[in-house]
Design a protein around this ligand. Structure first.
Ligand code: SF4
Length: 524
């Protein structure tokens, strides 16, 4: 696979590929470094990470893409972040399906786009009356030096609503990961913690961070958690509102689903408010059960633990006979998972529920801690992202900070005991869940994926937007895991059923055996 590369490229790419050997204590993998020019990467840009992932789903804000219309295309609901009106957000305050762009032309690039942007903010406020507005910068805006912050500040004073500007120009980082970081910083600095206090008598109040409600995943998680007795304060940012994000600080515990895109807020909230966080995974029957049990331990309440077991038993009794049916079809099959910055790890668990093994796993935009665990963070080198994105140096809020054990309503001694059983404020990464001989690969490109598909012949590939179709051209089914190919939800118990059905359908359809290119037929 690597032999075609020039020597320098070969040396670089080798560091991004690890064959798992569990006898070695710590296998290092290179990640979050710039893709070598000329290689066709599957990565997105910083703007895609900021607008497309974190900020775009906030449903009661109008999000303006300041740039040429091409960048805005991907702002138009392509991630299937589902949202609906609710008690906090009436239908007339729902804007997440809109695509709003300043549509910069040549003259704007030459003479500057600030006036056009200011006019657009005035128009959207007049037309839609949103609770807040965001502006996301694209590459040309950074190159010509439009001052987004100044335009946003003036508009905020004119209209009396918050106007957030994100300097998330596409080139700002190695990948979309830089955009997540920029979005996290701005929300933390300017929105979180500005909402009113909630009823102090509310018990088991949680946030779900890094859950984007693709295909309704967040709704399924909320269903299960609601049945147990949790109060979901905010899902960041799936089906969420600006109002809910202002109140993010009011939860007793933060759950972190996608570690890569949201770990910054989890960590900053730990510093500023003392809120503990727990890495969870609601993708997979066993993974969901583990997460629910760890959550219950965090609150240490006997009634909550009993209710958790009751819901687990009820849901498993309902779905396991169907899962068993699909397991018979899927047992022994292999898959590649090459998605996002946490998803490959998440789906490994659900595929194991179906008797399948992920033999190659990797990420587009992960950092080393997503592979190797957070213990490597102090050893990470300063990367291109860190140079471009200022770290926020926060200190405990004098009024709102509480120790973690106070958030969880338990004594310090009990909390110390809990810490021995449950890995609070920690993520162990994907590698510990991989087996000997399996391949971990970072920033995998077209050439490498094609070579591995031909050599290892997986039964199914879980891919992103760009790699799905050429995998299918090789005669191997590929599921697009950024939008679920119009299916889902895949989280929780109902999600496991949907996923099992979709996977069984994908690997049993005879269509893939008919995919032979005409020129291949002629040589037979
Ligand atoms: S890389 Fe730049 S030009 Fe391309 S989509 Fe991203 S912001 Fe737009």
């Amino acid at each position: 696979m690597l032999e075609k590369y020039p020597e320098k490229v070969l040396k670089n790419r080798k560091k991004h590929i690890t064959i798992v050997d569990t006898n070695q204590a710590c296998q290092q993998i290179e990640a979050n470094t710039r893709t070598i020019p000329g290689i066709i990467t599957q990565r997105g840009c910083a703007y895609a990470g900021c607008k497309g992932v974190v900020v775009g789903p906030i449903k009661d804000m109008v999000h303006i893409v300041h740039g040429p219309i091409g960048c805005a295309f991907y702002a138009w609901g392509t991630r299937r972040n589902k949202a609906r009106a609710d008690d906090n957000t009436p239908p007339e305050k729902m804007f997440s399906t809109l695509c709003v762009s300043t549509d910069m032309q040549e003259s704007d690039i030459v003479f500057g786009g600030e006036k056009k942007l200011a006019k657009m903010i005035d128009e959207v406020v007049e037309m839609f009356h949103p609770r807040a507005v965001s502006i996301c910068a694209t590459c040309p805006v950074g190159l010509i030096g439009d001052d987004l912050g100044a335009v946003a500040k003036a508009a905020q004073e004119r209209h009396g609503i918050q106007v957030l500007s994100f300097n998330c120009e596409g080139y700002k980082g190695v990948s979309q990961s830089a955009g997540h970081h920029i979005a996290n910083n701005n929300l933390m600095e300017n929105v979180i913690g500005t909402g009113p206090e909630r009823d102090p008598n509310d018990k088991y109040v949680i946030n779900i961070l890094g859950e984007y409600n693709i295909g309704g995943d967040g709704w399924e998680m909320e269903r299960i958690l609601g049945d147990i007795g949790y109060k979901v304060n905010c899902v960041l940012t799936g089906d969420t509102s600006y109002l809910e994000i202002k109140n993010l600080h009011q939860a007793h515990l933060n759950l972190v689903q996608c570690h890569r895109s949201i770990n910054y807020i989890a960590e900053m909230m730990e510093t500023k408010y003392g809120t503990p966080w727990l890495k969870v995974n609601f993708i997979g029957v066993e993974a969901t059960k583990k997460s629910l049990r760890e959550m219950a331990l965090c609150f240490g309440d006997e009634e909550l633990i009993r209710k958790t077991e009751e819901v687990i038993a009820r849901e498993e009794a309902r779905i396991m006979p169907v899962i068993e049916h699909y397991r018979k079809i899927c047992q022994g099959k292999t898959a590649f998972a090459f998605v996002g910055g946490s998803r490959s790890h998440h789906y490994m668990h659900l595929l194991r529920d179906l008797g399948m093994e992920v033999v190659v796993a990797g990420y587009e935009f992960a950092h080393r801690d997503d592979y190797e665990g957070r213990q490597v963070i102090p050893t990470l080198k300063i990367d291109a992202d860190s140079k471009n994105i200022p770290e926020l140096h926060l200190s405990p809020d004098p009024e709102k900070f509480k120790d973690a054990h106070v958030h969880l309503n338990m004594s310090k001694e009990k909390f110390d005991e809990l810490n021995k059983k449950v890995p609070l404020n920690y993520y162990e990464g994907m590698q510990p869940d991989m087996k000997d001989g399996e391949i971990m690969i970072d920033d995998c490109n077209h050439h490498e994926l094609e070579k591995m598909v031909r050599a290892l012949k997986p039964d199914l590939v879980f891919a992103g937007v760009r790699d799905k179709y050429y995998v299918q051209k090789l005669g191997v089914p590929a599921k697009q895991m950024h939008s679920y190919d119009y299916s889902g939800p895949y989280a929780g118990y109902n999600g496991a059923l949907n996923f099992a059905r979709d996977v069984a359908n994908a690997i049993t359809t005879p269509a893939w055996k008919l995919v032979t290119a005409p020129w291949e037929k002629q040589t037979q």
